[in-house]
Write a protein that binds this ligand. Structure first.
Ligand SMILES: [Zn+2]
Length: 247
């Protein structure tokens, strides 16, 4: 369900049944002359909408204003919007803290932007990861008081941990395309991989008539894109979401 359309009784049910709460996270960035600037975020939104047809999940309103950077193109006339990681982190902490206050304990930001470096991290995902940790610590201290971890109530902490219980899993950040897709689907920027994803998920974000206006190295493979290839990528992403977004 889309969060903005939920009624309070539906929100209470989602909390009670521990539905995954997914935040589509991305940027607005130049993706060549042939593709829409919202590509990264649209890819997350559209795959989550497909996933929602098979699972009970809450989809939060998307956040498009990540740190695009000007690495690909300067912003003038290109459309890239850059908001730096240092200002994203306090925003994200408030957002996650607010979601914890509502009662959600199964919160996931899904990001597609610079995520080929996900393990080491890049500004947007690092900001949201840090924010998630900060929000959890702050929330636990408010709810349980200082010394919560050291109290006798936590005597089973490590045993619970071994069984997969972990309060620090209440907020997680995941790449849309996991490392397991490496070598199976082209990871690129505005090339055959991303353009195919858009053709499969959101064809109005691609204008094939503009391929010839591209002059950059990273868009060279874009004309080879197809919805068929994109659908293969979407199937792999849906497998990843099935494993990641569990009740
Ligand atoms: Zn992209």
């Amino acid at each position: 369900m889309r969060y903005e359309l939920m009624l309070p009784h539906q929100i209470r049910k989602a909390i009670e049944e521990n539905w995954p709460v997914a935040l589509p996270l991305g940027v607005l960035e130049y993706h060549g002359e042939h593709m829409a600037v919202g590509m990264d975020t649209l890819a997350v939104i559209k795959t989550l909408e497909l996933f929602e047809k098979e699972r009970d999940i809450v989809i939060l309103p998307p956040f498009y204003y990540g740190a695009a950077s000007y690495a690909v193109a300067p912003p003038e006339g290109s459309g890239s919007v850059q908001v730096g990681g240092p200002v994203l982190a306090p925003f994200a902490e408030e957002l996650f803290y607010g979601l914890l206050r509502i009662g959600f304990r199964n919160i996931h930001a899904i990001i597609h932007h610079q995520t080929e470096n996900f393990v080491a991290g890049m500004p947007t995902d690092l900001a949201f990861k840090t924010a998630g940790r900060q929000a959890i610590f702050r929330f636990l201290e408010k709810e349980r008081g200082e010394g919560w971890w050291g109290s006798d109530k936590m005597v089973d902490y490590y045993a619970g941990h071994a069984q997969g219980e972990n309060v620090f899993n209440w907020v997680q950040v995941h790449p849309l395309m996991p490392a397991a897709m490496n070598g199976k689907y082209p990871f690129d920027h505005a090339g055959i991989g991303e353009t195919s994803l858009m053709l499969a998920l959101c064809p109005e974000a691609v204008d094939a008539g503009r391929f010839t206006d591209n002059t950059s190295w990273y868009t060279k493979s874009a004309p080879e894109a197809s919805a068929e290839l994109g659908k293969k990528g979407v199937a792999m992403i849906l497998d990843h979401l099935r494993a990641t977004l569990r009740g």
